[in-house]
Design a protein around this ligand. Sequence first.
Ligand code: FAD
Length: 396
Amino acid sequence: MYDVIIVGAGPIGSHTASKLAALGYKVIVLEQKEDAGENICCTGIISIECFNAFNLNASILRQANSAKFFAPCGEFIRLEREAPQAYIIDSASLDKSLKERAQKYGADYLLSTPVVAITPEADCVSATVNYQGKQRTFTAQVAVLACGSGSRLPEKIGLGRVSDFMVGAQAEVNTINIDEVEVYFDQNLFPSFFGWLVPTKSGKGLAGLLVPDNPASYLRSFLRHLQSQGKIASSEADMKFGTIPLGTLPRTCSDRIIVVGDAAGQVKPTTGGGIYYGLLCADIAVNCLHQAFLANNFSAAKLSIYHKQWQAKLDHELRTGYRARRLYKKLSNRRIDHLFQAAQANGIFKLIAEWPDFSFDWHRKLIFEIVKHLTPGLLSVALKPITKMRTNRPHY
Ligand SMILES: Cc1cc2nc3c(=O)[nH]c(=O)nc-3n(C[C@H](O)[C@H](O)[C@H](O)COP(=O)(O)OP(=O)(O)OC[C@H]3O[C@@H](n4cnc5c(N)ncnc54)[C@H](O)[C@@H]3O)c2cc1C
């Protein structure tokens, strides 16, 4: 009998495990992969603020204080801040170091162990796993589902599901003279979303994109595009894929269960970055679980404080980011080119570069600032209620 079962040894599961183990709880992490950090699809861009706030430990490949944003026509705007804003890290090393930290605090890990069912009962919660070809059951007072965006476990226990996703594809490439992050907008190459070329180690980089579907075919086209521009040596590369939730789970807790990270949809809808928000919400979950243990009360009502608290922290950000994304989806390439020209002309990027309120992680103010400085027409579309702009409304 454990105090806490955590499903998933991604960054959010392991962070949750280390915080709970540090508080003295008996924790087990059940992970279906052979190890944390195996075969992951993540670019590894994390704000320095996040890195320091959570005392993260990972191989830092680069610091980033600038980026080039490319319009469909090929023109670009360069944004540079004086101080470095983010680290480009080796994501696998982050997942591994968070696992090691949790183990140091005493958390147990069981790898190559997919959880097939989670069942809350009157006096415990049980996790049924496939372990070495046999089914085994673990029990605990409470379970934390940190199983990422592809898992059906939350839906199986009646918490609903995230209804809107984007799909990410990424490949390591040999770069030619690429020293800063490049972000590409083009509705033909990346419908509704965007692509990137991020330098990592010397002469290496990650080329990737987010699209609604068919990521392999779009990434092939993007790689050919980059090669034709002389930015990468070859368009042949191994691709990795991942899904990113757009919108959150309708409920992120029930009796004896809490859901955190990508599984809960705690992701920036603007960029798809989920590590910072996931870590913030994991901390809220840990506090809430600690209170539940002190009160010996693991009911849905008691754990719902978690749902309320993380929503209070992120809800405005998520809604605004989601609205901006819906708005972007409607723009044609011509319109995007036009907006780039307008931005170039009115100096909005310079303003952002010098803006004291700039944050790599909190985009709400930035979105309003950009929209305000572009066209009044665009602002009015952006401010229309989401319900009038889409039929498939995500749950916030
Ligand atoms: C292409 C791409 C690029 C990205 N780049 C960035 C970036 O630069 N910065 C950023 O902040 N975010 C980025 N993200 C998002 C980031 O990777 C996620 O937000 C983050 O990994 C979420 O962590 P998590 O622990 O919630 O889930 P995951 O990292 O998905 O971990 C979930 C874990 O649970 C395990 N699991 C699932 N189901 C079960 C089961 N039934 N039993 C046992 N184990 C299970 C999985 O194997 C996995 O190890 C990117 C995503 C993609 C797709």
